[in-house]
Design a protein around this ligand. Structure first.
Ligand code: SER
Length: 881
């Protein structure tokens, strides 16, 4: 059988997974592009990433044989995307053995899949191995019948570790021979050669070592297999295409944009590059957005932003003036959403994220491009070929124009940029902003003193989970960044105690207020914070007497304030859970504020919330409140916590030992203070739901006393409205509807009367037409309610005064409106309504313009109406031929 060139990328992916499933492998879903629980790795680059804990023997895998098609993203070559081969996003097909089979089976399966399932000709396939691996070449001879000399030994056949440390091992790479036509023609051309002939398609890694940070290697507890094959490349080989961009996986997107922009693919090198950029970046952006990445100025967010900006610019090069990323996203989602279902479920959110950033950037791009063009013109004239660093910096700093883009555009036109000059400008800017922030100085002084205190005394014991009062010893006092041994009232200071019931602001919950009192003095705590890990600091003022280091004080947290805060904190957990239950696991907390007065919760959401969603959420939370679940806290290792399914903050690095707070079905990692039971929350009500950024929604809500007060106020408002309307409260809505209907009818009638009145006014003007140079001219002040009616009047008079000129002015309160109508026949005799309106408008202190036969204008100078109308007549006299 020969290769089936009609297989689509999607079918090839399915064949791979099905083949390995038939060999006892469990199909694993792709893990997220954002590596789970590992803020040190930017984005997932290989299928084995989700297998690392299993390879290292730290976690038990769901199965010892697994297979997947993994979403991968490689950032190294972003600027190269646009050529025929580079992709940022790609899919990696892989099979994995965790201590189960090893080299023999890995090679057997790969060989069988390529030659028996895909029917690739054996003589096109060339295995390579690591020079120190004697077993792999033996197996290739046995399994696939290669002669020993046909197996190429390459030093580079070693894979990993993926980061600074991790699993690694020798590998065997399978190359596909595209034929001599692609080759360099050298006699020693073989796999590993730089030329285009031999293409690496599959990497079989024999994962058997752990490499430490210092480079030393130790054997792993078990020997594993990790293989990876790029789906796009494999598809290119099978479909017999020149480039990955010609496979249906990417060509579908290219064709869509070739049609939209009427730029056939393959006609022109420049537009081809732009089409390829849009195809690659379109896929990347959709997948990144689906996995929760949002545009920002650092890390993943910056990669996202950079790619999006590049895509928008290439869209512009193709002549796309209107936003187009939504179209790109829809094409990608239609193409890939059956397998990666997260694309379909989040379609709306993805499009919102892309469109918002696209809109923001388009503006920047237009301004930046025109400035840059001027700059390049200028340099050309002065015969210079380097853009000065300050100019690059100015574009970036003042106009938000990305440096990479300046560089890219400059390079396209044969310019370079002065990178070190740019760096210098950047540094100067940073120094300026440092100098500007004098507050930071005071803070730095405090921090220095506090660091010393922490070193000397260790961390502060927190008593506030169980109580609100305590007897504590004053460990240190800080005034204006200096440690002091005593203070006298009145004096602002920082107080550090050995132990305290005051909660320091963290995890969104604000710090406690209260008093520190001794027989000698009283200190009012106005805020509590933890500027250094483990050190609780009381900020406030000594209002009476003295306070000395060594004093014993009675610490009292204001109870009401803390109780209200705890209600809001516990309610925040219930809200988080209710949102996840309703919208799915894509809901991730992005921020929260827990105050006594209210709570605020920011989260990623696959879609905006409807009012039905909100009432469902309110209902659910209040039900949990009435169920009066006990709130339980446990201290446990982070791994155990994750096993219980505890909700954790996205991207947050947690300590090994964490505190887990659970109430009902909500389990969350949290260091905050909570009610004893959910019943203590009292009641919950959402008061606002808004969008604060693309894909991020914000809920503001009230609990307990604040919720009661809110509902009471609402009720009173309704009662006041009812009494104004003189109906019962349940009749308010019907009555308001009725009033609105009446109002519409009344407005309609007013318009009707105004028209009639305008008509009558207009008709009365006919008699006043003046003869100027043989034509009838009406130049008059009328009273029209708005510009539209004034226009109607002008048109009506034009019809009633054939071969005439009509100039009407009306005082609309804020301004004088002007309407000019000239019989079209007169426009041939030198009269132009637009010009006339311009001249008269100017006389009124404003402007005017329009068509030759009909124009509008206006101004604010009310004293100029009469002279302006005289000017109109003179205009007719002077210009009529
Ligand atoms: N880890 C190897 C790679 O990324 C094989 O999956 O190429």
């Amino acid at each position: 059988m020969s290769v089936d060139t009609t297989l689509t990328g999607t079918e090839i992916r399915a064949r791979f997974l099905d083949f390995y499933a038939s060999q006892g492998h469990v199909k694993m879903p792709s893990s997220s592009l954002v590596p789970h629980n590992d803020p040190t790795v930017l984005l997932t680059t290989a299928g084995m990433q989700q297998m690392i804990p299993y390879f290292l023997g730290r976690e038990t895998p769901p199965a010892v044989r697994m297979t997947s098609s993994q979403k991968c993203f490689r950032t190294t070559d972003i600027d190269k995307v646009g050529n025929q081969r580079t992709l940022t996003f790609f899919e990696m097909l892989g099979n994995f053995s965790v201590g189960d089979y090893f080299k023999r089976e890995a090679i057997t399966y790969a060989w069988e899949f390529l030659t028996k399932v895909l029917h690739l000709p054996a003589d096109r396939l060339h295995p390579t191995v690591h020079p120190e691996d004697d077993e792999a070449p033996q197996l290739w001879q046995e399994i696939a019948g290669y002669a020993d000399e046909a197996i190429v030994r390459l030093d580079e056949n070693w894979w990993g570790p993926p980061g600074a440390s991790g699993p690694c091992g020798p590998d065997s790479e399978i190359y596909y021979d595209r034929g001599v036509a692609y080759g360099c023609g050298q006699a020693d051309c073989k796999p590993g050669c730089e030329c285009e002939r031999f293409l690496e398609i599959w990497n079989l890694v024999f994962m058997q070592f752990y490499q430490d940070l210092d480079g030393s290697r130790t054997p792993l507890p078990r020997r594993n297999i990790d293989t990876g094959m790029g789906l796009e490349r494999l598809t290119m080989v099978l479909q017999g295409k020149e480039s990955v961009f010609d496979t249906d996986l990417l060509r579908t997107i290219i064709d869509r944009f070739a049609t939209i922009t009427e730029t056939p693919y393959g006609r022109d090198a420049k537009s081809d590059t732009s089409l390829r950029v849009i195809a690659d970046h379109g896929r990347s952006l959709v997948f990144l957005a689906a996995d929760g990445v949002l545009p920002s100025n650092e890390g993943r967010g910056y990669i996202f932003r950079r790619i999006l900006r590049r895509a928008v610019r290439h869209g512009k090069l193709l002549g796309l003036d209107k936003p187009f990323l939504a179209e790109a996203a829809n094409t990608v989602i239609d193409l890939m959403g059956d397998y990666y279902t997260e694309l379909k479920t989040q379609r709306e959110r993805i499009i919102e994220v892309l469109s918002l950033e696209e809109k923001k950037f388009s503006q920047t791009l237009n301004t930046g491009l025109s400035l840059l063009n001027d700059l390049l013109q200028d340099l050309k004239q002065r015969q210079q070929s380097t853009i000065p660093g300050e100019e690059v910096f100015r574009l970036y700093d003042t106009h938000g124009f990305p440096v990479e883009l300046t560089q890219e555009i400059a390079a396209e036109q044969g310019f370079s940029i002065d990178a070190s000059g740019f760096e210098q400008s950047m540094q100067r800017q940073q120094e300026r902003s440092r100098a500007g922030a004098s507050n930071t100085f005071a803070q730095a002084q405090d921090d220095r003193a506090l660091t010393e205190i922490l070193q000397r005394h260790g961390t502060t014991e927190f008593l506030g989970y169980d109580g609100l009062v305590g007897s504590s010893k004053v460990i240190a006092l800080v005034v204006n960044g200096e440690e002091v041994s005593a203070i006298s009232a009145p004096q602002r200071a920082l107080v550090i105690l050995d132990k305290t019931p005051f909660y320091a602001e963290s995890g969104g919950q604000i710090g406690d207020h209260g008093d520190l009192s001794s027989p000698m003095g009283n200190f009012q705590v106005q805020d509590t914070r933890r500027p250094l890990k483990g050190l609780i600091v009381h900020y406030g003022e000594l209002t009476e007497g003295h306070l000395r280091v060594g004093d014993t004080v009675q610490a009292d947290v204001i109870e009401q304030r803390r109780a209200d805060t705890m209600r809001n904190h516990s309610a925040t957990h219930l809200l988080h859970k209710a949102l996840r239950d309703l919208l799915g696991p894509q809901v991730q907390q992005r921020g929260s504020l827990v105050e006594p007065e209210r709570l605020r919760f920011d989260f990623t959401s696959p879609r905006p919330l409807t009012s039905a969603d909100l009432s469902h959420i309110d209902g659910q939370i209040n039900e949990w409140i009435r169920a009066n679940y006990p709130v339980q806290t446990k201290i446990m290792p982070i791994h155990d916590a994750m096993d219980t399914g505890a909700m954790a903050l996205f991207g947050e690095k947690y300590d090994d030992i964490v505190r887990v707070v659970s109430m009902g079905s909500s389990i969350e990692l949290c260091g905050g203070t909570h009610c004893a039971t959910t019943g203590q929350i009292g009641s919950y009500i959402t008061v606002q739901e808004t969008s604060i950024a693309a894909g991020i929604r914000r809920i503001e809500a009230l609990t307990g006393r604040a919720a009661d007060a809110y509902l009471r106020q609402r009720r009173e408002t309704v009662e006041r409205i009812a009494s104004l309307l003189q109906v019962q409260t349940d009749q308010v809505e019907t009555r308001v509807e009725q009033i609105l209907q009446d109002l519409t009818a009344a407005r309609r009638q007013i318009t009707h009367y105004q028209r009639n009145e305008a008509q009558a006014q207009a008709l009365s003007l006919i008699q006043q037409a003046q003869d100027i140079a043989g034509i009838p001219v009406i130049a008059a002040t009328v009273s029209a309610p708005d510009a539209k009616v004034l226009r109607d009047m002008g048109e009506m008079l034009r019809d009633k005064v054939p071969q005439g000129v009509v100039v009407l002015a009306s005082d609309l309160g804020e301004r004088i409106a002007l309407q000019v109508n000239i019989d079209p026949a007169l426009t041939k005799r030198g009269l132009n309504a637009g010009k006339l309106a311009g001249a008269v408008g100017e006389r009124l202190g404003g402007k005017g313009g329009g068509r030759p036969d009909s124009a509008q204008g206006g101004g604010k100078d009310k004293t100029a109406i009469e002279p302006a109308l005289e000017l109109a007549k003179a205009f007719v006299r002077d210009n009529l031929k």
